[in-house]
Design a protein around this ligand. Structure first.
Ligand SMILES: [Zn+2]
Length: 265
């Protein structure tokens, strides 16, 4: 599922391929994906115009057409972008296709169909309506401390709560906690100041490093949890067998030796 690093990679891909070209055609192959807009409105809002710039917030990507028209992309579970020539076959799960004047097109591909495409007028207004917290990479230590200090619950659930901070999902929350050797079910109130600071530094480190590795599982360091998570996986630090648990409705992977659960008394 695309999280902050994947969406940042999509943003860079779109910036490198699809800006400043006339949009000649907008083809919607599945309307389920459209939010807050119809296929007609989407075509009317975009045809004859250009994508001028883009902005990412958490897992959302916004593409500016002009001050009053923004395209919103959310990648759901399996969404991705592909830029290809008109005479090349479109990817199998193409849902929306933006055709440019240069014989290329940008395809929003999405097998599982949880992605979202829409038009909106004001990005900040949208973020406010959705009550999305600040982007995880925009947070400073003081703000991070404040957010954690105000809430109760498992540390992993807090990291993944998009209303508190945006962009971290299941995979990177596990990675950040593995790096800090904190058990994912640890009650946030039990974390000392030092642990909170470590968590903050790890959040920035993991997200930035994942972006540098193009959010590719094969390119992140082998010392990370990511290449090993899953059944039969072993901790790259101590060799223990990794464990899983359901926390906040998602499957957490962790090392039971390196990430000890603090005693509850
Ligand atoms: Zn370990």
């Amino acid at each position: 599922m695309p999280e902050l690093p994947e969406v940042e990679i999509f943003k860079r891909y779109l910036d490198a391929t699809s800006l400043h070209q006339r949009i000649d055609d907008v083809e919607v192959r599945n309307t389920y994906i459209l939010k807050e807009t119809s296929a007609r409105e989407l075509a009317r809002g975009l045809k004859g115009r250009r994508f001028e710039s883009s902005r990412r917030h958490g897992k959302h990507l916004f593409v500016r057409v002009d001050d009053e028209v923004w395209l919103r992309l959310h990648f759901g579970m399996t969404g991705s972008l592909q830029y290809c020539k008109n005479d090349e076959r479109a990817p199998r799960h193409a849902r929306v296709i933006f055709g440019f004047g240069n014989n290329y097109r940008l395809v929003f591909d999405d097998q599982r169909q949880f992605g979202q495409v829409g038009l909106l007028k004001d990005v900040d207004e949208f973020l406010k309506e959705r009550e999305l917290g600040p982007d995880a990479l925009d947070l400073g230590l003081a703000e991070f401390r404040q957010i954690l200090g105000k809430h109760r619950g498992a540390v992993k659930s807090i990291l993944m709560n998009q209303r508190l901070m945006s962009g971290i999902g299941n995979i990177y929350a596990d990675e950040i906690l593995f790096r800090t050797r904190i058990h994912p079910a640890t009650e946030i109130a039990r974390l000392k100041d030092r642990a909170v600071k470590k968590l903050f530094l790890a959040t920035h480190f993991v997200l930035r490093k994942a972006i540098a590795a193009k959010a590719d599982t094969n390119q992140v360091p082998q010392s990370w949890l990511l290449p090993h998570r899953g059944k039969g996986g072993k901790c790259p630090r101590c060799g223990s067998r990794l464990k899983s648990a359901s926390i906040g409705g998602r499957t957490a992977w962790f090392c039971p030796h390196c990430q000890k659960r603090p005693s509850q008394n």
